[in-house]
Design a binder for this molecule. Structure first.
Ligand code: PGA
Length: 237
């Protein structure tokens, strides 16, 4: 079990109560993953024995912040993980690197395992700016963190691969994931797991799983289908 790759399902804003109840039953033999549902459904997964993560977290303690979820609330629900800085949060909700840095600090301080997402747009890749972008994101998002590296995980998610069915070649993934690991070590003295995310599915998982340097997968669309997600989890066991 020690070397098993970490599989994280990012359900985004999908599924209703009835669908969640069916999902929980169908996936009962596949709890060796982290599931990140909409926050309203976290308790259902947790009470059914799943390891649960949030898709976002507040940088604030508690109080008058309508619509937010705090680390204290997450801890009280036995939520273990939180995804921070997903490209959809950065783009649609205008989350800046500064705000993401505050969230990372707050979550680590309160003992949540942070999955920090970084990645380039198609234009940035075409203009050979992938590594500059990712280095900037890592340095700004992790600025002055008091890091317990066990609790920090990076997800490399090329934005052009998210939900598109396109994925980078294995060599491109190896190149960027190695770069992330080297940068973390050299600049911040952190050894961190690095996941790959972006159109991981039941058809490409066999091939992706051969990439040793990847420590796991952040799966969006395919985690919504128990059949597809089971195949991904099984392959990484
Ligand atoms: P996808 O999403 O697997 O649907 O591409 C991944 C993600 O956004 O984390």
């Amino acid at each position: 079990m020690e070397n098993k790759k970490l599989v994280v399902g990012n359900m985004k804003m999908n599924l209703t109560l009835y669908e969640v109840e069916n999902y929980v039953t169908e996936m009962k033999d596949y709890k060796d993953c982290v599931i990140c549902p909409s926050s309203v459904f976290c308790s259902i997964f947790e009470q059914n024995g799943y390891i649960v993560g949030l898709q976002n977290i507040s940088e604030y303690d508690n109080g008058a912040y309508t619509g937010e979820v705090s680390t204290a609330q997450a801890n009280s629900l036995n939520i273990k993980y939180v995804i921070i800085g997903h490209s959809e949060r950065r783009e649609y909700f205008k989350e800046s690197d500064e705000a993401i840095n505050k969230k990372v600090k707050k979550a680590l301080k309160d003992n949540l395992k942070v999955i920090l997402c970084v990645g380039e747009t198609l234009t940035e890749r075409e203009e050979d700016r992938t590594k500059d972008k990712i280095k900037r994101q890592l340095l700004e998002d992790l600025k002055n963190i008091d890091v317990n590296s066990q609790n920090l995980i990076i997800a490399y998610e090329p934005i052009w691969a998210i939900g598109t069915g396109k994925i980078p070649s294995n060599d491109q993934i190896i190149d960027v994931v190695s770069f992330i690991k080297t940068t973390l070590k050299q600049e911040l003295n952190i050894d961190s797991k690095v996941l790959y995310g972006g159109s991981t599915n039941e058809n490409n998982i066999d091939d992706l799983n051969t990439i040793d340097i990847i420590d796991g997968f952040l799966v969006g669309g395919a985690c919504l289908s128990p059949a597809k997600f089971k195949k991904i989890i099984e392959t990484t066991r």
